[in-house]
Design a protein around this ligand. Structure first.
Ligand SMILES: Nc1ncnc2c1ncn2[C@@H]1O[C@H](COP(=O)(O)OP(=O)(O)O)[C@@H](O)[C@H]1O
Ligand SMILES: [Mg+2]
Length: 495
């Protein structure tokens, strides 16, 4: 409310002040102009009057002086004092002797004075008898004008007041009041009461504004209603989503739990199958019933494949459900790397391949998860060996140090079958192999790279791959020299 009041007061004050200033200026100028003209006019009249008096007096005084009628001269001059504009009169004879003198000798600046010679014509001869000086004052004139100005100012003040009052009333009735009503209404609406409408019936600008305003509020009301409906819908949808999410979470947990349990339960009988089959192979050897050996070997190899698959599934489900913990410690990386040779070396050489390890000696002690790095490198190297024949597999281990970070870089390079762009895109997805014939030809589960990639990220690093079909493949695994615990496994690449 205080704001609308202030606004109203400001508009009103501004209008009134401007009108007052303009009117005072115009009326003041009119008064000055009018009084100046009056003064000029009256001055001129005064001058005419003076000239007339002087002309008359010199004529009459000439006669009286010739007749030496000093008595009448005195009467005439003293009569001048009755004129309200008279100030001073003096009569000299031809010897410059004062014959008569009336009034005050000190004259003011705006007095008008006349000096006229007195002559007498006798028998056609002119006689110079003396001179007559008359001084008239403009004081009376100025007094009149001053009184007039005061009167005018009084009138002007009354007119001004009347006008200002009229304007005040008009502004109040036609502008301030409707404005206040409307502001009040808007305030109520701003506080949330949208059911209001402005009732203003006069057909002026405010009437138009009120109509527009009412249309606006109606629209607003509708929009608000729509919004409320929408937000109710959204709320419902959110609730559904929330329920769906918790259900999905529960299902996910159940799945992980199920997988973990299942794999564990599957592994026990499988190990038994493998163990007993191996014993049976030995027994079969002893019994020289070698017919069985081939079949038994097939049982063993299938069981081993199944075991590998189960282990991989266990691994990946552990990582995905966030149950895979890091076992961080300081260790000699060099030892780990050269130990690989004895594990994958034979596998790689089986395909008639060379195997070479280049190790950067500046990589002394690192702080990471030894078992997990080994698992990754075994996966990558066994892939390289599996998909390369009559070629070469190289493992390069380097250190890459930037200002903020220290990395160990593992490059697994082979000259094997390579992959196409399309194949490259999906090899990190679980259960996916570059092409369908791979399984038939090379075996495998399609889980190795998925697990390796997830472990690399778990350790705070990543894996990239470059490959050319028929020429070879290069996997690059970057791991921080010093891994941190509980790194966030980004969901970006999760499937
Ligand atoms: N060094 C490689 N050269 C060519 N293809 C590869 C290489 N490494 C991986 N691949 C392709 O990526 C697929 C996925 O590999 P991986 O996840 O380890 O599963 P798997 O080895 O069980 O097939 C492989 O089946 C193969 O098609
Ligand atoms: Mg593999």
């Amino acid at each position: 409310m205080s704001r609308s009041n202030q606004f109203k007061r400001t508009v009103r004050t501004h209008v009134l002040l401007s009108v007052a200033i303009v009117m005072a200026f115009i009326m003041g100028s009119a008064i000055i102009w009018n009084q100046y003209n009056t003064y000029m006019h009256d001055s001129k009249n005064l001058d005419t009057h003076g000239n007339l008096v002087v002309a008359m007096y010199t004529k009459v005084l000439g006669q009286l002086m010739w007749d030496l009628n000093y008595n009448d001269i005195g009467v005439m001059l003293s009569a001048l004092q009755k004129d309200e504009v008279f100030r001073y009169a003096i009569l000299h004879d031809s010897d410059n002797k004062i014959l008569a003198e009336y009034g005050t000798k000190e004259t003011a600046k705006n007095d008008i004075s006349y000096l006229a010679p007195i002559e007498y014509l006798d028998d056609g001869q002119k006689h110079s008898l003396g001179n007559f000086k008359l001084v008239l004052t403009r004081n009376k004139l100025i007094e009149n004008i001053q009184a007039d100005i005061l009167n005018n100012l009084g009138e002007m003040f009354l007119i001004l007041m009347a006008t200002l009052f009229a304007i005040y009333a008009v502004i109040t009735i036609f502008i301030a009041r409707p404005m206040r009503q409307m502001t009040m209404m808007m305030n109520q609406m701003a506080e949330g009461d949208l059911d209001r409408s402005v009732s203003y019936t006069r057909k002026d600008e405010f009437g138009l504004m009120a109509t527009t305003f009412n249309t606006l509020t109606k629209k607003l009301r509708q929009n608000y209603q729509t919004l409320e409906n929408r937000s109710a819908e959204l709320e419902g949808a959110n609730k559904d989503l929330e329920t769906a999410r918790s259900m999905a979470e529960a299902a996910d947990k159940t799945k992980s739990q199920f997988l973990a349990n299942m794999t564990h339960e599957l592994r026990t009988p499988l190990n038994a199958i493998i163990g007993y089959s191996e014993m049976m192979v030995e027994d079969a050897d002893e019994l020289t019933t070698e017919d069985f050996v081939g079949d038994l070997q097939r049982v063993i190899s299938s069981a081993k494949h199944l075991l590998a698959l189960i282990n991989d599934i266990l691994d990946i489900s552990k990582i995905e459900s966030g149950k895979s913990t890091l076992d961080l410690e300081g260790f000699e990386l060099k030892e780990l790397v050269f130990d690989l040779e004895s594990i994958v070396g034979p596998l790689i050489r089986k395909g008639n391949n060379g195997f070479e390890i280049n190790f950067d000696e500046t990589l002394v002690e690192v702080y990471s998860d030894q078992m997990k790095i080994r698992q990754c490198l075994l996966n990558l190297l066994s892939n390289a060996g599996k998909f390369t024949h009559n070629g070469k597999v190289t493992l390069e281990v380097n250190r890459e140090k930037t200002n903020a970070e220290d990395w160990m870089i593992f490059k697994i390079i082979d000259t094997g079958i390579g992959m196409t762009e399309k194949q490259l895109k999906q090899i990190f997805n679980p259960f996916t192999q570059a092409d369908q014939t791979t399984t038939r030809k090379y075996g495998g589960t399609g889980l190795g790279l998925a697990i390796t990639e997830k472990i690399a990220r778990l350790l705070g690093g990543n894996i990239t791959v470059e490959s050319t079909l028929g020429e070879g493949t290069r996997f690059i695994m970057r791991l921080p020299l010093k891994s941190e615990n509980n790194p966030v496994l980004s969901s970006a690449n999760q499937v």
